[in-house]
Design a protein. Sequence first.
Length: 327
Amino acid sequence: MIGLFAIALAAGAASALMFASIISGALISLVLYCLAPLPLMVAAIAWGPLYAAIGGIAAATCLGAAVSFSYCIAFSIAVALPAWWLGHLALLGRPADNHAPGAPLQPADAAAAFQWYPIERILLWIAGVASLTTFAALLTLGSDAATITGTLHRALSRVASAADSPISADADQWIDALIKVAPAFAAIFATATLTVNLWLAAKIAATSGLLRRPWPDLRSIALPPLTVAALFAAIGFSFVGGLVAIIATIVTSVLLAAYALTGLAVLHTLSLTWSARPLWLGLIYALIFTPIWPILFCALAVLGLADLAFGLRQRFWQRRPPPLPVP
Protein backbone atom coordinates (compact mmCIF):
# COMPACT_ATOMS: atom_id res chain seq x y z
CA MET A 1 0.00 0.00 0.00
CA ILE A 2 2.85 2.38 0.85
CA GLY A 3 4.45 1.65 -2.53
CA LEU A 4 1.25 2.49 -4.40
CA PHE A 5 0.85 5.67 -2.35
CA ALA A 6 4.41 6.62 -3.36
CA ILE A 7 3.49 5.98 -7.01
CA ALA A 8 0.52 8.34 -6.67
CA LEU A 9 2.69 11.07 -5.17
CA ALA A 10 5.37 10.56 -7.83
CA ALA A 11 2.78 10.87 -10.60
CA GLY A 12 1.42 14.03 -9.02
CA ALA A 13 4.88 15.52 -8.62
CA ALA A 14 5.74 14.78 -12.26
CA SER A 15 2.50 16.35 -13.50
CA ALA A 16 2.98 19.42 -11.30
CA LEU A 17 6.56 19.97 -12.49
CA MET A 18 5.55 19.54 -16.14
CA PHE A 19 2.64 21.95 -15.68
CA ALA A 20 4.75 24.56 -13.87
CA SER A 21 7.56 24.35 -16.43
CA ILE A 22 5.62 26.77 -18.63
CA ILE A 23 6.87 29.54 -16.31
CA SER A 24 10.36 29.16 -17.76
CA GLY A 25 9.22 30.24 -21.22
CA ALA A 26 11.44 27.67 -22.94
CA LEU A 27 10.15 25.92 -26.04
CA ILE A 28 10.47 22.47 -24.48
CA SER A 29 8.25 23.66 -21.63
CA LEU A 30 5.31 23.85 -24.04
CA VAL A 31 5.70 20.14 -24.80
CA LEU A 32 5.97 19.32 -21.10
CA TYR A 33 2.92 21.47 -20.37
CA CYS A 34 0.88 19.56 -22.97
CA LEU A 35 1.98 16.22 -21.48
CA ALA A 36 1.23 17.25 -17.89
CA PRO A 37 -1.86 14.97 -17.58
CA LEU A 38 0.12 11.92 -18.73
CA PRO A 39 1.65 10.79 -15.39
CA LEU A 40 -1.70 11.05 -13.61
CA MET A 41 -3.46 9.23 -16.46
CA VAL A 42 -0.89 6.43 -16.29
CA ALA A 43 -1.51 6.15 -12.55
CA ALA A 44 -5.28 6.10 -13.10
CA ILE A 45 -5.24 3.45 -15.83
CA ALA A 46 -2.46 1.24 -14.44
CA TRP A 47 -3.28 1.32 -10.72
CA GLY A 48 -6.72 2.92 -10.44
CA PRO A 49 -8.39 6.36 -10.39
CA LEU A 50 -7.90 6.65 -6.62
CA TYR A 51 -4.14 7.01 -7.07
CA ALA A 52 -4.64 9.68 -9.73
CA ALA A 53 -6.91 11.53 -7.31
CA ILE A 54 -4.33 11.33 -4.50
CA GLY A 55 -1.54 12.49 -6.82
CA GLY A 56 -3.67 15.27 -8.28
CA ILE A 57 -4.71 16.64 -4.87
CA ALA A 58 -1.12 16.56 -3.62
CA ALA A 59 0.17 18.24 -6.80
CA ALA A 60 -2.49 20.97 -6.76
CA THR A 61 -1.79 21.66 -3.07
CA CYS A 62 1.96 21.95 -3.67
CA LEU A 63 1.44 24.24 -6.66
CA GLY A 64 -0.83 26.47 -4.63
CA ALA A 65 1.75 26.71 -1.84
CA ALA A 66 4.87 27.06 -4.01
CA VAL A 67 3.59 29.17 -6.93
CA SER A 68 0.14 30.69 -6.51
CA PHE A 69 -3.47 29.81 -5.82
CA SER A 70 -4.35 30.49 -9.47
CA TYR A 71 -1.91 27.78 -10.56
CA CYS A 72 -3.56 25.40 -8.11
CA ILE A 73 -7.00 26.04 -9.62
CA ALA A 74 -5.71 25.90 -13.21
CA PHE A 75 -3.91 22.62 -12.58
CA SER A 76 -6.97 21.11 -10.91
CA ILE A 77 -9.32 22.03 -13.76
CA ALA A 78 -7.03 21.49 -16.76
CA VAL A 79 -4.94 18.51 -15.59
CA ALA A 80 -5.98 16.70 -12.43
CA LEU A 81 -9.74 16.42 -12.93
CA PRO A 82 -9.56 15.36 -16.61
CA ALA A 83 -6.83 12.80 -15.86
CA TRP A 84 -8.81 11.29 -12.98
CA TRP A 85 -12.16 11.23 -14.77
CA LEU A 86 -10.91 9.89 -18.11
CA GLY A 87 -8.85 7.26 -16.30
CA HIS A 88 -11.96 6.27 -14.36
CA LEU A 89 -13.99 5.94 -17.57
CA ALA A 90 -11.26 3.88 -19.24
CA LEU A 91 -11.53 1.27 -16.46
CA LEU A 92 -15.32 1.41 -16.16
CA GLY A 93 -16.93 -1.93 -16.94
CA ARG A 94 -19.61 -4.39 -15.92
CA PRO A 95 -20.02 -8.15 -16.34
CA ALA A 96 -21.07 -9.09 -19.85
CA ASP A 97 -24.58 -10.44 -20.39
CA ASN A 98 -23.26 -13.77 -21.69
CA HIS A 99 -21.33 -14.49 -18.49
CA ALA A 100 -23.15 -16.35 -15.75
CA PRO A 101 -22.87 -14.64 -12.36
CA GLY A 102 -20.58 -16.51 -10.01
CA ALA A 103 -19.03 -18.62 -12.76
CA PRO A 104 -15.25 -19.04 -12.41
CA LEU A 105 -13.08 -17.05 -14.79
CA GLN A 106 -9.71 -17.94 -16.22
CA PRO A 107 -7.19 -15.07 -16.08
CA ALA A 108 -7.12 -14.84 -19.87
CA ASP A 109 -10.93 -14.54 -20.00
CA ALA A 110 -11.34 -12.07 -17.15
CA ALA A 111 -11.08 -8.96 -19.33
CA ALA A 112 -13.29 -10.43 -22.06
CA ALA A 113 -16.02 -11.23 -19.51
CA PHE A 114 -16.61 -7.51 -18.95
CA GLN A 115 -18.52 -5.01 -21.04
CA TRP A 116 -16.18 -2.04 -21.00
CA TYR A 117 -17.16 1.60 -21.30
CA PRO A 118 -17.34 2.37 -25.05
CA ILE A 119 -14.45 4.29 -26.57
CA GLU A 120 -16.95 6.43 -28.48
CA ARG A 121 -18.40 7.76 -25.25
CA ILE A 122 -14.93 8.38 -23.86
CA LEU A 123 -14.25 10.47 -26.97
CA LEU A 124 -17.41 12.48 -26.32
CA TRP A 125 -16.31 12.97 -22.72
CA ILE A 126 -12.95 14.23 -23.98
CA ALA A 127 -14.82 16.74 -26.15
CA GLY A 128 -16.94 17.80 -23.17
CA VAL A 129 -13.95 18.19 -20.86
CA ALA A 130 -12.08 20.17 -23.52
CA SER A 131 -15.10 22.48 -23.86
CA LEU A 132 -15.29 23.09 -20.12
CA THR A 133 -11.57 23.73 -19.69
CA THR A 134 -11.45 26.09 -22.67
CA PHE A 135 -14.47 28.04 -21.48
CA ALA A 136 -13.07 28.17 -17.94
CA ALA A 137 -9.83 29.61 -19.32
CA LEU A 138 -11.77 32.29 -21.20
CA LEU A 139 -13.72 33.20 -18.06
CA THR A 140 -10.43 34.21 -16.45
CA LEU A 141 -10.32 37.02 -19.02
CA GLY A 142 -13.82 38.31 -18.32
CA SER A 143 -17.44 37.40 -17.66
CA ASP A 144 -18.91 38.62 -20.95
CA ALA A 145 -18.00 38.53 -24.63
CA ALA A 146 -16.96 42.19 -24.83
CA THR A 147 -14.60 41.91 -21.86
CA ILE A 148 -13.06 38.68 -23.12
CA THR A 149 -12.55 40.13 -26.60
CA GLY A 150 -11.10 43.36 -25.21
CA THR A 151 -8.66 41.52 -22.95
CA LEU A 152 -7.48 39.32 -25.82
CA HIS A 153 -7.13 42.35 -28.09
CA ARG A 154 -5.01 44.24 -25.57
CA ALA A 155 -2.79 41.20 -24.95
CA LEU A 156 -2.22 40.56 -28.65
CA SER A 157 -1.65 44.26 -29.29
CA ARG A 158 1.10 44.29 -26.68
CA VAL A 159 2.70 41.29 -28.38
CA ALA A 160 2.45 42.96 -31.79
CA SER A 161 3.97 46.20 -30.49
CA ALA A 162 6.83 44.48 -28.66
CA ALA A 163 9.22 45.68 -31.36
CA ASP A 164 8.32 49.33 -30.56
CA SER A 165 6.63 49.73 -33.94
CA PRO A 166 3.13 51.18 -34.29
CA ILE A 167 0.29 48.77 -35.02
CA SER A 168 -0.97 49.28 -38.55
CA ALA A 169 -4.56 48.91 -39.68
CA ASP A 170 -3.72 45.60 -41.34
CA ALA A 171 -2.16 44.30 -38.14
CA ASP A 172 -5.23 45.37 -36.20
CA GLN A 173 -7.44 43.44 -38.63
CA TRP A 174 -5.24 40.36 -38.22
CA ILE A 175 -5.57 40.67 -34.45
CA ASP A 176 -9.38 40.84 -34.73
CA ALA A 177 -9.41 37.77 -36.99
CA LEU A 178 -7.13 35.88 -34.59
CA ILE A 179 -9.41 36.73 -31.66
CA LYS A 180 -12.39 35.25 -33.51
CA VAL A 181 -10.68 31.92 -34.14
CA ALA A 182 -8.73 31.74 -30.84
CA PRO A 183 -11.50 29.95 -28.85
CA ALA A 184 -11.93 27.39 -31.64
CA PHE A 185 -8.20 26.72 -31.94
CA ALA A 186 -7.86 26.46 -28.14
CA ALA A 187 -10.73 23.96 -27.96
CA ILE A 188 -9.29 21.83 -30.77
CA PHE A 189 -5.88 21.91 -29.12
CA ALA A 190 -7.37 20.84 -25.77
CA THR A 191 -9.25 17.95 -27.42
CA ALA A 192 -6.14 16.75 -29.24
CA THR A 193 -3.98 17.05 -26.11
CA LEU A 194 -6.35 15.02 -23.93
CA THR A 195 -6.76 12.38 -26.64
CA VAL A 196 -3.02 11.95 -27.15
CA ASN A 197 -2.35 11.81 -23.42
CA LEU A 198 -5.02 9.17 -22.85
CA TRP A 199 -3.72 7.09 -25.77
CA LEU A 200 -0.14 7.33 -24.52
CA ALA A 201 -1.18 6.45 -20.97
CA ALA A 202 -3.08 3.37 -22.18
CA LYS A 203 -0.11 2.32 -24.34
CA ILE A 204 2.28 2.67 -21.40
CA ALA A 205 -0.06 0.64 -19.18
CA ALA A 206 -0.49 -2.02 -21.88
CA THR A 207 3.27 -2.26 -22.46
CA SER A 208 3.79 -2.67 -18.71
CA GLY A 209 1.12 -5.38 -18.53
CA LEU A 210 -1.05 -3.24 -16.24
CA LEU A 211 -3.91 -2.46 -18.64
CA ARG A 212 -6.96 -4.25 -17.27
CA ARG A 213 -9.19 -3.98 -20.33
CA PRO A 214 -8.37 -5.44 -23.76
CA TRP A 215 -7.01 -3.00 -26.31
CA PRO A 216 -9.96 -1.71 -28.38
CA ASP A 217 -10.16 -1.65 -32.15
CA LEU A 218 -9.76 2.09 -32.68
CA ARG A 219 -10.56 1.75 -36.39
CA SER A 220 -14.19 0.99 -35.50
CA ILE A 221 -14.84 4.17 -33.50
CA ALA A 222 -18.16 5.72 -34.55
CA LEU A 223 -19.87 8.59 -32.74
CA PRO A 224 -23.60 8.30 -31.89
CA PRO A 225 -25.90 9.71 -34.60
CA LEU A 226 -27.25 12.38 -32.22
CA THR A 227 -23.77 13.92 -32.12
CA VAL A 228 -24.25 15.40 -35.58
CA ALA A 229 -27.51 17.00 -34.41
CA ALA A 230 -25.62 18.61 -31.52
CA LEU A 231 -22.99 19.78 -34.01
CA PHE A 232 -25.53 21.49 -36.25
CA ALA A 233 -27.26 23.06 -33.24
CA ALA A 234 -23.92 24.44 -32.01
CA ILE A 235 -23.19 25.84 -35.48
CA GLY A 236 -26.53 27.61 -35.43
CA PHE A 237 -25.99 29.13 -31.97
CA SER A 238 -22.54 30.36 -33.01
CA PHE A 239 -24.27 33.07 -35.08
CA VAL A 240 -26.30 34.40 -32.14
CA GLY A 241 -23.54 36.62 -30.81
CA GLY A 242 -22.22 37.40 -27.37
CA LEU A 243 -21.14 34.81 -24.83
CA VAL A 244 -23.55 32.25 -26.30
CA ALA A 245 -21.73 32.43 -29.63
CA ILE A 246 -18.37 31.87 -27.92
CA ILE A 247 -19.71 28.80 -26.10
CA ALA A 248 -21.28 27.50 -29.32
CA THR A 249 -18.01 28.04 -31.19
CA ILE A 250 -16.14 26.03 -28.60
CA VAL A 251 -18.70 23.19 -28.74
CA THR A 252 -18.62 23.22 -32.55
CA SER A 253 -14.83 22.99 -32.53
CA VAL A 254 -14.61 20.06 -30.11
CA LEU A 255 -17.32 18.12 -31.97
CA LEU A 256 -15.54 18.72 -35.27
CA ALA A 257 -12.34 17.54 -33.57
CA ALA A 258 -14.16 14.37 -32.50
CA TYR A 259 -15.30 13.80 -36.08
CA ALA A 260 -11.75 14.47 -37.30
CA LEU A 261 -10.54 11.69 -34.99
CA THR A 262 -13.29 9.50 -36.41
CA GLY A 263 -12.02 10.47 -39.84
CA LEU A 264 -8.58 9.17 -38.83
CA ALA A 265 -10.22 5.87 -37.91
CA VAL A 266 -11.91 5.80 -41.32
CA LEU A 267 -8.59 6.56 -42.99
CA HIS A 268 -6.87 3.73 -41.12
CA THR A 269 -9.59 1.38 -42.36
CA LEU A 270 -9.76 2.47 -45.99
CA SER A 271 -5.95 2.48 -46.27
CA LEU A 272 -5.66 -1.25 -45.53
CA THR A 273 -5.48 -1.93 -49.28
CA TRP A 274 -2.81 0.72 -49.98
CA SER A 275 0.53 -0.64 -51.08
CA ALA A 276 2.60 2.01 -49.24
CA ARG A 277 0.23 2.39 -46.29
CA PRO A 278 2.81 3.18 -43.55
CA LEU A 279 4.43 5.84 -45.72
CA TRP A 280 1.15 7.58 -46.56
CA LEU A 281 -0.16 7.44 -42.99
CA GLY A 282 3.17 8.72 -41.69
CA LEU A 283 3.02 11.62 -44.14
CA ILE A 284 -0.51 12.49 -43.05
CA TYR A 285 0.46 12.47 -39.38
CA ALA A 286 3.50 14.60 -40.16
CA LEU A 287 1.30 17.19 -41.87
CA ILE A 288 -0.57 17.66 -38.59
CA PHE A 289 2.48 19.50 -37.26
CA THR A 290 2.73 21.87 -40.24
CA PRO A 291 0.95 25.19 -40.88
CA ILE A 292 -1.54 23.46 -43.20
CA TRP A 293 -3.04 21.47 -40.30
CA PRO A 294 -6.38 23.38 -40.46
CA ILE A 295 -6.90 22.07 -44.01
CA LEU A 296 -6.10 18.54 -42.91
CA PHE A 297 -8.35 18.95 -39.88
CA CYS A 298 -11.29 19.99 -42.06
CA ALA A 299 -10.65 17.13 -44.49
CA LEU A 300 -10.60 14.55 -41.69
CA ALA A 301 -13.77 16.01 -40.14
CA VAL A 302 -15.51 15.80 -43.52
CA LEU A 303 -14.32 12.20 -43.87
CA GLY A 304 -15.75 11.36 -40.46
CA LEU A 305 -19.09 12.96 -41.35
CA ALA A 306 -19.09 11.20 -44.73
CA ASP A 307 -18.65 7.87 -42.98
CA LEU A 308 -21.69 8.68 -40.84
CA ALA A 309 -23.77 9.61 -43.90
CA PHE A 310 -22.64 6.95 -46.38
CA GLY A 311 -21.23 4.14 -44.23
CA LEU A 312 -17.78 4.13 -45.86
CA ARG A 313 -16.27 1.61 -43.46
CA GLN A 314 -19.30 -0.66 -43.64
CA ARG A 315 -19.09 -0.74 -47.42
CA PHE A 316 -15.35 -1.38 -47.24
CA TRP A 317 -15.77 -4.42 -44.98
CA GLN A 318 -18.59 -5.73 -47.14
CA ARG A 319 -16.17 -5.84 -50.05
CA ARG A 320 -13.31 -7.06 -47.86
CA PRO A 321 -14.41 -9.17 -44.86
CA PRO A 322 -12.41 -8.52 -41.71
CA PRO A 323 -9.82 -11.16 -40.75
CA LEU A 324 -10.85 -13.88 -38.35
CA PRO A 325 -9.74 -13.35 -34.73
CA VAL A 326 -6.60 -15.20 -33.70
CA PRO A 327 -7.47 -17.96 -31.19
